[in-house]
Design a protein around this ligand. Sequence first.
Ligand code: ATP
Ligand code: MN
Length: 553
Amino acid sequence: MTSPGNHHDELPTNNPHYSLLGSELKLFSDAGFDMDKIHLKRNAPVAQLYEDAVQKEGAVISSTGALINFSGKKTGRSPKDKRIVFEETSKDDVWWGPVNIKMDEHTFEINRERAIDYLNTRDDIYVFDGFAGWDPKYRIKVRVICARAYHALFMHNMLIRPTLEELENFGEPDFIIYNAGQFPANRFTAGMTSTTSVEINFKRREMVILGTEYAGEMKKGVFSVMHYLQPVKFGQLSLHSSANEGPNGDVTLFFGLSGTGKTTLSADPTRHLIGDDEHVWSDTGVFNIEGGCYAKCLGLTQAQEPEIYNAIRFGSILENVAYDKVTREADYSDSSVTENTRCAYPIEAIPNAKIPCIADKPPSNIIFLTCDAYGVLPPVSKLTTEQAQYHFIAGYTSKTPGTETGVTEPSPTFSTCYGQPFIVLHPRRYAQMLAQRMEKHKVDVYLVNTGWTGGKFGVGKRCPLKYTRKIVDAIHDGTLSKAEYEHFDVFNLSVPKHIDGVPDELLNPSNAWADKAAFKQEVNKLAGMFNANFEKFAADVSAEVAAAGPKAA
Ligand code: ATP
Ligand code: MN
């Protein structure tokens, strides 16, 4: 379909920044693109991507200037459809199994061809060239090729945007994403189990997406590539964490699974944001992999999370967020499309972001975030070196029961390295690198439960954000490193007796729970789940680390 505005809004073809010339174009024809037919828009300006998304994809401009877009049927990642190509250059490094499902090279070729054939049927093909990794020593050049302006704008926000000069001299990318998400995989192709396929080929340095338009697949695809390349090629440690920096240059890493608070707690008006989700702890410091943030929008309010709320403006993409048809105001309380409503914005939209997003020091504090819906873990505890290693490998959080299913029990999630879906190597390799770095730099490690307190889901309530922020402040101003601690049984944790601004009785769950018998039962139940989960890792760690887990009483 050619839209009426399609011709006057084209970029001038002789602009060296936005057009691909000569040898660069040959890469496209060699890949199978029909260069006589398709029209490439490379690194198109945000305003043009807005126009195209509005004209061709039914996007809407929100009252604050953000672009409201919808991802179709898939509103979250599809981990069961994510595959890694089994090939000789990477096969001995990849941790094969349910996280990294094998795909053969031939099937990859079939899907890649299918994606390119589909893209050839479109009038406009968007290309975004950018970087992953702020440290020039360790960054990679990523090219995104897609058919939706929404996907191009998403990656414009999430990758590191090149300067005009960098764009002109971009050269061959290190990694290419072919996103044909509007078109399904063929279920009769060998190895396909659904119409969705997300696949990475480390040898070809390519990713192909079919059958899902959820933009987060591209972002987390780049993360998987970094989880492979950083340790294997550069000897550096990639992390599923957010990071920020205090006024004195001290760095904090916040690890945690989805929904535990990485994005929320790293946006802190008293500290500089380095990044909200993906980092590398290098031999010289910490750098962000991304050029933007991807914040959850459900329940977002200006009062509680002003930095994120105010970042939702021109250039930002609101994904699957319902809006008022008259006023075009986004409704952050509405989960009718999905619970996983999101906003993607360039990191500069956070006022105190640190640009470039690099800290030249190792972290001083590490915070493991967990959202414990059993209400058993203390809001904050200080971990020993062994406990830190244990909890990193365990990677505990929990999901709250879905309102629609009528289930009242929370479900535990153990996701190793606090990021199991994204790791590529065996978890022991990340864990060993982390242990060495923590040991070398004598980092303080805390476990912070942003989940339930005073009872499990249904009885207690989620720890109010204002208290979690006070806890994080007490870590940053140094008071928690010297505070007085008491012992928390079963999990053998050290719990502070007092933190300014937080009710004392909240700090120790055995006081916070009114029903003491119920508390004892839940503590032991959760401890049992920790122990059962850790069995598969026991052989990979020292006896001291294995013994640092909970002991049911
Ligand atoms: P993802 O990996 O999916 O990006 P995330 O770790 O970045 O997840 P956030 O986006 O920070 O998670 O989500 C935390 C959510 O929980 C936010 O919606 C926040 O408002 C809410 N929340 C409620 N109470 C707390 C608390 N005490 N601490 C942190 N977040 C809280
Ligand atoms: Mn996040």
